[in-house]
Design a protein around this ligand. Structure first.
Ligand SMILES: Cc1cc2nc3c(=O)[nH]c(=O)nc-3n(C[C@H](O)[C@H](O)[C@H](O)COP(=O)(O)OP(=O)(O)OC[C@H]3O[C@@H](n4cnc5c(N)ncnc54)[C@H](O)[C@@H]3O)c2cc1C
Length: 266
């Protein structure tokens, strides 16, 4: 059986189906990684599943190491790694992760990968970081590393169903009040469920982009010449935004072709 090589050092229940989890390597050095990259996490199928998990579609051999990719949310300079994870009730790995207690062990792949980083983008360019749900994780890593030292403006647009699903909102609000080049714009799509009201945006991200919010908050309308757009999370939001950005002259960034739209689908 593969050895579980990390300890769980912190668990924060953000909402009934979202947790922020920190892990530390057990006797080995974390690899160098760029903010925005992801690693694999894993647990054996023999690990217990959380109480609100539903039946698994298929039975797995107890010794099987179930592995999935997770974006790192912590700064690349820390000696721990943080993740922001949504529970998929019928899933193979997340119900097992949601049953972990402090001090329990988990496996983490020793190599971080991914091109979803700011490292190739000119410092003077602006960046709009757009996420749904836990898609905000790689942006937290960027902001907690060195993104705020960039010369261009940085905006985070974060969409979720309810205000309590907007993980990291207090940290992002605080950053907005402290960093002159940073703007945070949260939106929720189920305002009727808010117990104490919600005075913020309630539109889908696509509608926000088409509106004048960006001009109002950034002071200019982003174009393909001056701004890179990052899209992370729900594939429906990513497709919708790609379609709109395409009509405005933005192109998708790939290994072969430079572009201004950077995508990470969960
Ligand atoms: C590069 C990359 C980075 C990722 N980073 C994160 C991250 O930071 N946080 C995070 O929570 N997830 C992240 N994911 C998703 C993650 O890898 C798993 O797919 C997810 O946690 C579900 O795993 P599971 O084993 O519990 O479910 P599985 O057994 O793999 O999936 C069960 C079913 O649930 C559906 N499903 C998968 N994900 C979701 C979801 N989020 N919501 C609803 N249904 C879903 C699938 O269609 C599948 O049919 C990332 C994925 C990639 C590719």
């Amino acid at each position: 059986m593969a050895e579980l090589n990390c300890f769980v050092t912190q668990i924060l229940q953000v909402s009934p189906i979202m947790k922020i989890i920190r892990i530390k390597p057990d006797g080995w050095e974390l690899p160098e990684y760029k903010a925005g990259q992801f690693v694999a996490l894993g647990l054996h199928a023999s690990a217990s599943r959380c109480a609100d998990a539903t039946d698994e579609p298929r039975k797995l051999a107890p010794t099987k190491l179930i592995k999935r990719a997770y974006s790192i949310a912590s700064s690349s300079t820390q000696n721990f790694v943080e993740f922001y994870i949504t529970l998929v009730h019928s899933g193979a790995l997340t119900p097992r992760i949601f049953d972990l207690k402090l001090g329990d062990k988990i496996w983490m792949g020793k190599k971080a990968t991914g091109m979803f980083t700011l490292s190739e983008i000119d410092d003077n360019q602006n960046v709009v970081l757009i996420a749904t749900g836990t898609g905000v994780a790689p942006y937290m890593s960027m902001l907690r590393s060195n993104a705020l030292q960039r010369k261009g403006k940085i905006m985070v647009i974060h969409g979720a169903a309810n205000s309590w699903d907007l993980g990291y909102s207090s940290e992002l609000n605080l950053l907005e009040s402290m960093a002159p080049n940073f703007i945070y714009h949260p939106t929720i799509t189920e305002p009727d469920k808010e117990p104490s009201g919600w005075t913020g945006d309630t539109r889908f991200i696509e509608a926000i982009w088409k509106d004048t919010v960006l001009e109002d908050k950034l002071g200019f309308r982003p174009t393909a010449e001056d701004t890179h757009i990052f899209l992370c999370g729900n594939p429906i939001m990513i497709d919708g935004m790609k379609e709109i950005l395409d009509t405005e002259g933005f192109t998708v960034h790939t290994k072969r072709q430079e572009g201004q739209i950077h995508i990470e689908e969960f």
